[in-house]
Design a protein around this ligand. Sequence first.
Ligand code: UDP
Length: 239
Amino acid sequence: GSAPTQYGRVMLKISGEALMGDQGYGLHPPTVARIANEVESVAQMGVEVCMVIGGGNIFRGLQGSAQGMERTTADYMGMLATVMNALAMQSALEDKGLHCRVISAIRMDEVCEPYIRRRAIRHLEKKRIVIFAAGTGNPYFTTDTAATLRANEMNCEAIFKGTKVDGVYDKDPVKHKDATRYQDVSYDEVLQKHLGVMDASAIALARDNRLPIIVFSLDEPGGFRTILEGDGTYTRVHN
Ligand code: UDP
């Protein structure tokens, strides 16, 4: 049967911090399980789901280098952190009986699969959830850039950026009561006004490939599915 959605294949990008719950650090299994529920309800629609998970709940390269560590070494530690998060999410998805593969940009064959584009596409065609780990495999990049890169490579129709707020605002909605949410905003406006959707290289990469970015709240139960069905609150970044 046909899914009640215009989307066939999507990328879900979440930060590492989305997995730590109310703790200040690391992984909070009930929170990981809750996000797995959100992914499950979308996978059940027949939508092919790619995921990129950050590593900031465990390690950030910039923080490491601020403490005197060599930047590239610190960035590799950050990339390794994303692999741990990916494995935690895979485990939570498999607990629900979903099929999932973790694919790493840095080879670690005993732990997960290496990135081979055609193989990743094949997993998606077989309705396996694919989690892309270790970012782009390169220092000086972020997992936002990795999500945009893989979304382009996998021919995703959009990137869904799950955050704590239900879209992009003209100012911080936590600090300012009169902040207003954009329904639609262009890539260039996001860049010019530093709207903090994703880092600038990720925005530029999405713009150059006309890949829409949909910013939505992950805290809303069922929110991811609702947006794929065409409802809910979100901001759409496009041309
Ligand atoms: N990282 C990197 N190259 C990449 C992706 C990530 O070097 O392609 C490193 C970088 O040090 C970053 C860390 O991994 O700080 C964690 O990723 P990110 O900060 O994007 O995680 P998030 O903020 O989304 O949790």
